[in-house]
Design a protein around this ligand. Structure first.
Ligand code: DAH
Length: 336
């Protein structure tokens, strides 16, 4: 007859000396084959003894496997504990690592948008990959009009689309979709084939649009004056010079008295005492008509400025390239 009890105590003896998962695995495979071999010997027993022997072997098998499983989960629990101990991290530890700064363009953009929010304007945004008709045609810049050459455009190989050359296209998006009146500002990236110390192929603009009834050039001037005085934190003088933009009539360029020499003449203002900061004008009736707005009932004014230009003046930065070089020594200076 089989000596099951002897096998069981032999197994228990070996089990108690197991120290690792590895050893346990070996023991498991050892006893799996011992038991399998025992099962194979069943056929050699007299038929009347087989059922009892079979059930004894199966009991042994269950006992062996359950003992091994329970020790295995103990080992696993222990090793997890150990791992947790050795990987312990103090989440409350204060590391002395440097804190980043906001990019000067972000600072300037926030300063401007916040100002306009405070005086009741809403903030709009538009896509960088823009419809050609929103960027040009509906803004009263027809296909063969020389004004298209004022902005050297990046076209893309999707028919009817381009990288927007200005934020003025957001005006069209608003005029086509928003109820009147409209008081909006929008800021974002624009793209032009331009590259020198004061021009970058990608730069940022801020756009403003107001459409309401009975608006005047004087009201536009007041809005722009409030904005520029807030922005430069100085009582700057303003000068409006007649200019041309296809989407405004009349159009003007806005100069401020030079914040570096206070008008007496310096290298930044090229001895003129004035700094050109933005464009503006009364919305051209054709633009309103293009967007199904009756120019006999409504009128508007609009303005646009380059954020890099404004930031260069505010922070006295000389080369537009420094905005995009990611030189940490430059960026660190805006850690306020
Ligand atoms: N879109 C013009 C540019 O990129 C800037 C501009 C001028 C915007 C006059 C306006 C405006 O809204 O009224 O040069």
């Amino acid at each position: 007859m089989l000596n099951i009890d002897a096998l069981r105590s032999e197994f228990l003896g070996k089990l108690s000396s197991v120290k690792s998962l590895e050893e346990l695995k070996k023991l498991k495979s050892e006893y799996t084959s011992v038991i399998n071999n025992l099962l194979k010997t069943l056929k050699d027993l007299p038929p009347e003894d087989r059922p009892r022997a079979g059930s004894q072997i199966n009991q042994l098998k269950t006992f062996v496997l359950e003992s091994i499983d329970s020790l295995e989960s103990e080992f696993k629990k222990e090793s997890l504990e150990k791992q947790l101990q050795s990987n312990w991290q103090d989440m409350t530890l204060v590391l002395d690592s440097p804190i980043g700064a906001l990019h000067p363009i972000t600072l300037v953009k926030r300063k401007i948008l916040n100002y306009f929010r405070q005086i009741g304007f809403s903030v709009w945004s538009g896509p960088l990959l823009e419809r050609e008709d929103y960027n040009f045609d509906l803004l009263n810049v027809p296909k063969d009009h020389p004004a298209r050459d004022m902005q050297d455009t990046f076209y893309v190989n999707i028919q009817g689309y381009l990288l927007r050359t200005h934020t003025s296209c957001v005006q069209i998006r608003a005029l086509l979709s928003s109820p009147l009146p409209i008081y909006l500002v929008s800021a974002g990236r624009v793209f032009r084939r331009d590259d020198d110390p004061t021009h970058s192929p990608m730069f940022h603009q801020i756009e403003g649009l107001v459409v309401d009834k009975n608006l005047s050039f004087g009201q536009m001037r007041a809005v722009i004056e409030g904005f520029l005085k807030h922005f430069f934190e100085e009582d700057v003088n303003l000068r409006f010079r007649a200019s041309y933009f296809p989407f405004t009539e009349p159009s003007a360029e806005v100069d401020i008295s030079c914040i570096f020499c206070r008008g007496s003449g310096c290298s930044v203002c090229k001895n003129s005492g004035w700094l050109e900061v933005m464009g503006c004008g009364m919305v051209h009736p054709a633009v309103l008509r293009n967007c199904s707005i009756d120019p006999e009932v409504y009128n508007g004014f609009a303005f646009g400025a380059g954020l890099e230009r404004l930031a260069m003046l505010l922070y006295r930065i000389e080369n537009i390239k420094t905005f995009f070089e990611n030189d940490i020594r430059f960026l660190k200076q805006f850690n306020v």
